[in-house]
Design a binder for this molecule. Structure first.
Ligand SMILES: C[S@@+](CC[C@H](N)C(=O)[O-])C[C@H]1O[C@@H](n2cnc3c(N)ncnc32)[C@H](O)[C@@H]1O
Length: 408
């Protein structure tokens, strides 16, 4: 038996003791005993709990791998996520005002991927267990919207109809204005009879759309999402902010940074989360790598009322970033790259020097690296706002406000 004191939370939300030793489901300051297994302590008992330890609000928390931090108070999680941002910036010597984390409420995740496996008696649906392939049913999940929480009967029927005995289906469900948009991966190859059964399930469960390994099975009604005053139909599985609350929070922050800019470039634009609301006041160029997403954005803009011009371009910004002569006419640039960040595009922004940059990121490390490039080019990072759309997980997102020093 080994006894240790937890010093901090690691990047994945595990407690970390000197060594380092990783101790799942523990909190800083706790004294815990357990059995050494490599660099982990297992079969632990908590000798002295933290005052921030709380009873997990979900009864499945111990087994389900969907959440990592339900044993910690909301205040501790919010402060830890803010600290992840402060620490990542400190690595590059950047000091700025980092606001308290804004967290999406319970039951607000509008997209989730459920696992569904055929069994001898029918099917099993849920999330994967912690560090295992086992499926844990999660009736009354408090992470996702009520619409998503009720998806088990549909996912069971999909597995019975089209899962092989060997592999679980991955059933991605997105809630939109018109109901559920369901994209299934990992199922049996489509044939005529399976297609008929699946089309029947799409009808019976009143789904907006059902796709099977990227093939459209049925669309009762376009699965639209509200983006500002527009309504957009994303391609199946296309990127969407994880919660409506997160989308609105990020959009308000981006609008605040961009202010009265008349001409804005939105890079890594997705289906227009920022471009379409910004077009209420500014002309926008939206650039995105996925051509189906840019087509969805363009269609949403064309049928919306009262928006200024939005031009779109499908372009790989890692290989072909916007260059200084293309960036010269914008008063402000918004960018929201994937986890890898946007080193190549940021290098061009550092040369082009648009007066204002609103940088949204899902990775504090790559954000801090790219922020250092902008700082060296004469930008001031005025403030950073951490945003937590992935409640009870180890993820954090953020928005940073950059302004060229001489334009302040
Ligand atoms: C974090 S998402 C943000 C999307 C959008 N701003 C939003 O909020 O909904 C990142 C986007 O970058 C796009 N992307 C990834 N790699 C890219 C690349 N090399 N060039 C252009 N876009 C890329 C993805 O398709 C995705 O839409």
């Amino acid at each position: 038996m080994t006894t240790v004191t937890i010093e901090r939370l690691g990047q994945q939300g595990d407690g970390v003791a000197p060594g380092p030793l990783f101790v799942p489901l523990t909190l800083p300051g706790e004294i815990v005993s357990g059995t050494l297994e490599g660099d982990a302590l297992v079969d632990i008992s908590i000798e002295a709990p933290s005052s921030d330890r709380v009873k997990a609000p979900c009864s499945h928390f111990r087994s389900c791998g969907g959440c990592q931090l339900q044993h910690a108070s909301d205040d501790l999680v919010a402060a830890w996520k803010r600290d992840l941002v402060v620490t990542a910036l400190a690595v590059h010597g950047i000091e700025t005002e980092v606001h308290p984390t804004i967290t999406s409420p319970e039951k607000s995740r509008r997209r989730a991927t459920f696992a569904a496996r055929r069994t001898k008696k029918g099917a099993m649906v849920g999330f994967h267990a912690r560090k295992s392939d086992a499926i844990i049913p999660v009736p009354n999940c408090i992470l996702v919207t009520d619409g998503l929480a009720g998806v088990a009967p549909l996912a069971e029927a999909l597995a019975v109809a089209g899962a092989s005995r060997k592999a679980a289906l991955s059933v991605t469900v997105t809630e939109g204005l018109e109901g559920l948009d369901v994209a299934v991966a990992g199922g049996k190859p489509l044939d005529g009879p399976l297609r008929i059964v699946l089309a029947g399930l799409c009808e019976a469960h009143r789904l907006a759309r059902l796709t099977w390994d990227d093939e459209l099975i049925g669309m009762r009604v376009p699965p639209a999402q509200a983006i500002g005053n527009a309504s957009v139909v994303p391609p199946p599985g296309g990127f969407l902010q994880a919660t409506q609350h997160g989308q609105e929070t990020l959009t308000a922050l981006v609008q605040k940074i961009v202010g009265g800019a008349k001409s804005v470039a939105d890079l890594f634009a997705g289906c227009g989360t920022f471009a379409l609301p910004l077009a209420e006041k500014a002309e926008v160029l939206a650039v995105e790598g996925a051509s189906d997403m840019i087509a969805a954005l363009d269609a949403g803009w064309r049928q919306a009322q009262g928006l200024k011009r939005v031009r779109t371009e499908a372009r790989d910004l890692f290989r072909r970033p916007l260059l200084p002569d293309e960036l010269a006419r914008f008063d402000a640039v918004v960018l929201d790259p994937p986890r890898a960040g946007a080193a190549v595009q940021i290098a061009e922004l550092a040369k082009a020097k648009p007066p204002i940059i609103a940088h949204v990121s899902c990775n504090p490390q790559t954000f801090a690296r790219d922020a250092a490039t902008l700082q060296d080019a004469g930008y001031v990072l005025e403030w950073v706002q951490p945003v937590d759309q992935f409640r009870w997980s180890a993820h954090v997102e953020l928005v940073g406000s950059f302004r060229l020093a001489h334009t302040r």
